[in-house]
Ligand binder design. Structure first.
Ligand code: COA
Length: 262
């Protein structure tokens, strides 16, 4: 008996005796104790193994999930199970082969569809059921909440947020629908687009908060966004932007001339 030390562990109401035995063969009493001790130790070892196994499986699954993410970049297109880089693009996305995710390791994209010729900058998040049409320029730090639909030839400046939850709280999402952006829209930096429809050809000023539908071929600015200009259609909008480009070039020349080094 003196050679047997025991440690008692109480888990809940049941008692488990945990002991160690150095002389396992010293009579029946000692044998019985040893059997109990060994049984308890085996049970605990199994429990620990099981827990460790679960943790390992979880870790393995996580690594697997990261590895099966696709590699998309520099026009290479969608490649399943690349396995050699860790990307945050889920394998349930549909990304056209000519779309460019400029920094695949620096975006979160899951369950989304991205069209031909579209470019997505770094630090963007494109959530489930979102659609980016063709030739969209989706600049860095922009975010589309679940279900956002963006048409073709849309410019999305840096840091734009498309939101679908107008009353955010810890009680859960309140959204019914997500923003819809029609073709040929331009959205300035840091704008916030509520669950509204932005009509075709509209221009949204930088930093605007768009809380209501935007009619097609208009320019809206401010918070809340208000219409400051209206175009008759594509041609007038094009002429306006073309004029702005020329103005900008002229202004650049003047700036460079007046700031040139002697
Ligand atoms: C919306 C935008 C295209 C309008 O340009 P514009 O037609 O030249 O407009 P104007 O400069 O004539 O401005 C019209 C009025 O709207 C105001 N305004 C213009 N842009 C605004 C904005 N983003 N937020 C609030 N007010 C704005 C002007 O101050 C002006 O007000 P006023 O009449 O009281 O003086 C432009 O201002 C803009 O925001 N561009 C987005 C730039 C951007 O984010 N680029 C991203 C790539 S880096």
């Amino acid at each position: 008996m003196s050679a047997v030390g025991s440690v008692a562990c109480v888990i809940g109401s049941s008692k488990i005796k945990w002991a160690y035995c150095t002389k396992a063969r010293q009579g029946r009493t000692e044998d019985t104790k040893c059997v109990l001790v060994l049984a308890a130790r085996t049970a605990i070892t199994r429990l620990i193994t099981e827990l460790t196994q679960r943790r390992c499986n979880h870790a393995r699954q996580t690594v697997h999930n990261l590895r099966v993410c696709a590699s998309v970049g520099s026009g290479l297109g969608w490649r399943h199970g690349a396995g050699y880089r860790v990307h945050m693009i889920d394998n349930d996305c549909t990304i056209h082969a000519t779309a460019q995710i400029l920094f695949p390791e620096l975006v979160n994209i899951y369950g989304a569809r991205i069209g031909a010729g579209t470019r997505v900058g770094p630090f963007c998040e494109i959530q489930r059921d979102c659609v980016l049409g063709q030739d969209v320029n989706f600049q860095h730090h922009s975010y589309t909440a679940t279900g956002t639909k963006i048409g073709d030839r849309v410019f999305v400046g840096p840091g734009v947020g498309f939101i679908n939850d107008v009353y955010p709280s810890t009680m859960g999402p309140t959204h019914r629908h997500a923003p819809i952006v029609k073709d040929d829209v331009s959205i300035g930096a840091e704008a916030v687009i509520f669950p509204v429809t932005v009509g075709q050809g509209a221009i949204v000023g930088a930093g605007s908060v768009v809380t209501k539908d935007v009619p097609p071929w208009t320019v809206v600015v401010g918070s809340p966004a208000r219409i400051v200009r209206t175009f008759s259609g594509h041609d007038e909008r094009h002429a306006y932007l073309h004029g702005k480009v020329l103005d900008a070039r002229r202004a650049d020349h003047q700036f460079n001339d007046s700031h040139s080094m002697p």
